[in-house]
Structure formats: structure tokens, C-alpha cells
Ligand binder design. Structure first.
Ligand code: PLP
Length: 344
């Protein structure tokens, strides 16, 4: 994207920082296929500690981390309970059923969380001719609901109802959840059997995600990574950026959250009839319905503001390291002059 545009399409558009680029150039490396890349080993240990798990595996993408979790925790021919609009269900091109031989049991997640009643219902359905449930997947923060973070009590309640079923947490933006709620990633991940986080979104690393869990699960995860073609060699050049992402880029997420709140206020002001409550914008994502979404996107693009849609008529704005207060001012002005919703 050319300079001068305000790019709110996603936090994946962030570019590595100057410090990351230097660290990448100087990274100590080895063959990770032999477990000999010291920088990868350090990154895996750092993330495991950061989320309170015994071990972690570095993988090329968040999608691969989710797919590995499905393959090690679920059982082919069973149901996996997950929110209808979660990334694993709606945005991974059918990878879960294809890679793990499962069927999703999608439940309502408009509020970002999975209600324990929906899980209880899904489990009870086993006694009514439906396949067993082998896994529960949740997303924290939950992208499609507008970056909502799970509360600790909600996680504990889900865990109680899961009653021994494994839980995988897609924490692509777990550190946004940590900053938004003030609850540590360790505490949030304690109800999860496995947890994954992306380094390449708001944390600005160019590539990479991590999956964490028990030693045994991570040994299985390494094998699955290889099967999926995700084994890497001198991946320390990537892990070096990942270490900076974890160590230096988390605290600044609060700035992204404040800026997203301003965007939420602008949307609420322009369309007061909408159900966008700026107080509910607690992380870096604003999602709202707009019947003329395509015309709206075109109007914003004319003003130099890029954003996208995640479903028909569902507009998404995402703040990140590479947009500043002036960029948000510009986006706010563009929203204020946006066409009426009725316009085709
Ligand atoms: C919630 C969530 N999970 C998983 C992913 C997948 O990450 P990746 O794009 O690295 O495969 C994304 C990002 O697109 C996401 O938003």
C-alpha cells in the first residue's frame, strides 16, 4: 500500500520495526529441524513462560497453529464446539474439517464468548444420535465481535461445563486481551489445554505464531507441524523479531485500543441508531453493520482511508502500530462525511 494512506484493513499490515530488522540480521541460528536454533528455542521458552505452559512450538502462521491444535486434541468423526464467527470456523477455508476430519458444531458468539449453556446442549446432544464432542475452541480476543476479550469468570465457567474436554484458545490477539482486561495471559490461558498467539499482527513481527501446551502435546505438535509442511530450518531470523514482539510490543497495544475507541465513537456519532457502543470497543477492532458497505468503503478510500468487510454488510476497522493519532483524525473525518446507510 502506498504511503499516505491510512490502512485500517487489519493489524497484519504492520511492518517489522527497525529494532526487529536489526535483530533479524544479527540472529544466531541453527537447524531447527534438529532443535538447534538457539533463537527459536529462546522464543519458544519465552512464550511458554508468558502463557504459563510447559512448552511451545514456533509455527509459520496462526492458521497452522490452530490446525495443529485441532489435529492433536480432536478425534476424527467427532464434533468440535466453536463460535460461529470464529476464525477457525469461518475464515480458514474449511481447513479444520479437511485437516482433522472433524465437523464443527458452531454456536452463537455474537457477544464474543461461547455461552456455557450452548456447550452443555452440544454435549447433551451426544445422547441424541449426534457425534461425540472431542474439543472446544474459543477465540480471545474475539475478532468478529469487535475484539471482545473473555473475562476470567467466563473462562472458568466454560471450563467447568467442559468438564474435562480439552479447550483450545485461539489467542491470535491474546496480548490485546491482556492489555484490555488487565488479566494476565497466564491466568487467561489457565483454562486452555493449548493456546496460540500471533506475533505478526499488532505485535509487528513479519511472520510467525506460537502454540503452547504440555510437553506431550507439544511433542505431538512438532510432528504435526512437520506433516503440514511447517518445519523450518534457520528460523531464528524470524524468531529474533518474535522475541522483540513479545518483549517490547505488548505494552504499546494500549495506544491501539484508545485509537479504536475513537473510531467507535465516530461510528456511533455518525449512525446513532446503530448498536455500536464505543464503551464495548475495548481492544483494537471496530465491527459494525452497514447496508451500503461497498459504497462506504469506496467513500473512505476516496479520503485515503482503507478498511474492509468480514461478511456481507459487516465493516471492520483495525488499529495498529502503523497508524497514529493524525491518521485516526483523518479516519474520523472520513466517517463523519460518510454516505447514508440507505444509499446503494
Ligand atoms: C482470530 C484469528 N485467528 C487466527 C488467525 C490466523 O492467523 P494467520 O493469518 O497468521 O494464519 C487470525 C488472522 O488472520 C485471526 O484473526
Amino acid at each position: 500500500v502506498s504511503e499516505g494512506l491510512v490502512d485500517l484493513r487489519s493489524d497484519t499490515v504492520t511492518r517489522p520495526t527497525a529494532r526487529m530488522r536489526r535483530a533479524m540480521a544479527e540472529a544466531e541460528v541453527g537447524d531447527d529441524g534438529y532443535g538447534e536454533d538457539p533463537t527459536v528455542n529462546e522464543l519458544e521458552a519465552r512464550y511458554a513462560e508468558r502463557v504459563g505452559k510447559p512448552a511451545a512450538v514456533f509455527v509459520p502462521s496462526g492458521t497452522m497453529a490452530n490446525q495443529i491444535a485441532l489435529r492433536i486434541l480432536s478425534v476424527p468423526g467427532t464434533r468440535v464446539v466453536a463460535g460461529r464467527s470464529q476464525h477457525m470456523v469461518a475464515y480458514e477455508l474449511g481447513a479444520g474439517p479437511r485437516n482433522a476430519g472433524i465437523q464443527f458444531h458452531p454456536v452463537d458468539d455474537k457477544a464474543g464468548v461461547l455461552g456455557p449453556d450452548a456447550l452443555a446442549w452440544a454435549k447433551e446432544a451426544e445422547r441424541h444420535h449426534q457425534p461425540p464432542v472431542s474439543l472446544v475452541c474459543i477465540e480471545n480476543t474475539h475478532m468478529a465481535s469487535g475484539g471482545i476479550a473473555w473475562r476470567l469468570e467466563e473462562l472458568k465457567e466454560l471450563d467447568r461445563v467442559a468438564d474435562g474436554l480439552p479447550i483450545h484458545m485461539d489467542g491470535a490477539r491474546l496480548f490485546n486481551a491482556e492489555v484490555a482486561t488487565g488479566v494476565s495471559a497466564v491466568a487467561m490461558a489457565s483454562s486452555a489445554t493449548t493456546v496460540m498467539s500471533c506475533l505478526s499482527k499488532g505485535l509487528c513481527a513479519p511472520v510467525g505464531s506460537l502454540l503452547a501446551g504440555s510437553e506431550a502435546h507439544m511433542a505431538a505438535a512438532r510432528d504435526e507441524r512437520k506433516r503440514l509442511g511447517g518445519g523450518m530450518r534457520q528460523a531464528g531470523v524470524l524468531a529474533a523479531a518474535g522475541l522483540i514482539a513479545l518483549d517490547e510490543m505488548v505494552n504499546r497495544l494500549v495506544d491501539d485500543h484508545l485509537r479504536a475507541r475513537r473510531l467507535g465513537e465516530a461510528v456511533a456519532e455518525r449512525w446513532p441508531e446503530k448498536d455500536v457502543d464505543p464503551k464495548r470497543v475495548e481492544s483494537n477492532i471496530v465491527v459494525f453493520h452497514h447496508a451500503g458497505a461497498n459504497a462506504l468503503l469506496a467513500h473512505l478510500a476516496e479520503q485515503g482511508v482503507l478498511c474492509g468487510t468480514i461478511a456481507p454488510g459487516l465493516v471492520r476497522l483495525v488499529t495498529h502500530h502503523d497508524v497514529d493519532d493524525d491518521d485516526i483524525d483523518r479516519a474520523v473525518r472520513a466517517i463523519a462525511t460518510a454516505p447514508d446507510e440507505e444509499r446503494p
